[in-house]
Design a protein around this ligand. Sequence first.
Ligand SMILES: NC(=O)C1=CN([C@@H]2O[C@H](COP(=O)(O)OP(=O)(O)OC[C@H]3O[C@@H](n4cnc5c(N)ncnc54)[C@H](O)[C@@H]3O)[C@@H](O)[C@H]2O)C=CC1
Ligand SMILES: CCCCC/C=C\C=C\C(=O)C/C=C\C/C=C\CCCC(=O)O
Length: 310
Amino acid sequence: MFNLSGKTVLITGSAGGLGKEFAQRILQQGAKVCLTDIKTELGQATEKEFVKAFGADRVHFEVCNVTNADDVLKVWQNACQKFEVDHLDVLVNNAGVMGEKEGWKLCLDINLRGVLNGCTLAMEKMSRANGGRGGVIVNVASILGLFNAQQPKGWAYNTSKSAVVTYSRCVGTAETEAQDGIRILTLCPSVTQTPILDGCTQAELAEMKKNVGGFLQADQVGKAFMTLLQTGQTGSVMSVWKDCPPYYIPDTGMGLFILYTTCAMVMRFVPKSVFDPTNGLKFFPHMTFILVAMLVVWILVAKFSMWLLF
Ligand SMILES: NC(=O)C1=CN([C@@H]2O[C@H](COP(=O)(O)OP(=O)(O)OC[C@H]3O[C@@H](n4cnc5c(N)ncnc54)[C@H](O)[C@@H]3O)[C@@H](O)[C@H]2O)C=CC1
Ligand SMILES: CCCCC/C=C\C=C\C(=O)C/C=C\C/C=C\CCCC(=O)O
């Protein structure tokens, strides 16, 4: 289990909401936390609250806009200076917006470019291959990064979050961990009661509540976050859903791609007339055919082995 005691941590977008929740839990484990956000007043108030609880030598707030790589570098350097260290151990890329009022360009800039700014810098600074000490990066995505919800209005948010999941899986490999000593983790919460919901109308909230069966509280996501940070394997993606323990989502993309491609290859030998030819490029009938064929083969094999055994 990753021991946080004495470690140095930088969390983006941590003046309030989930970022503040993560910061509090990390501080409770004995680490030093640099809070960062674009909200100066809220950030300073959170800093004050945490200084009171954990001491001035373990908490620091800096204004930082994640869309600006120079800002992120400056904050990284200032955090090292404040905590009198030459490295940071953990980066949590948490800052994010829903994007409906910000527009798609800013949404992608904050939710995707912001994460990539943080990751690129952290990979460079933490990499053992570059003389760093290794570390952990946690990217906060969303369950909306795990499937393609049919939400024409929310496409920018969903696109940004699935890109974060993809990036984390591409880079969070055993090789990266062996070479650079960096674990890359992704957290995908369902809808959680935080200030991000403030901009929603009652009707939107009611609809969303109906769709997801109720909202998570920040402390439930905080608990899952700590499990991921302390025990998650690199490249892993944790989903947090109401009323069940957090669980990991494997990357099934390659498996499905191979399955569908195999189906398409097999279908070359099935006469077109078996199916509606207009469905030639649709895979539902193909899949049904292949699955039924696989089931029949499986039953025959099972039966045959029973005959052999008894
Ligand atoms: N609350 C929810 O339902 C869910 C939230 N998430 C994700 O969790 C993360 C945290 O969100 P919440 O705490 O819920 O929202 P929040 O709105 O309370 O916190 C987000 C923080 O990011 C900051 N921020 C926005 N733009 C920034 C920028 N350019 N640079 C630096 N900071 C910036 C905001 O000032 C805010 O303090 C986000 O990435 C969000 O997408 C994921 C799934 C569900
Ligand atoms: C319509 C406004 C909704 C605002 C929700 C605000 C923040 C949500 C952040 C998320 O990351 C949401 C996470 C999960 C949503 C899950 C499912 C959505 C189901 C699709 C639907 O409701 O149509």
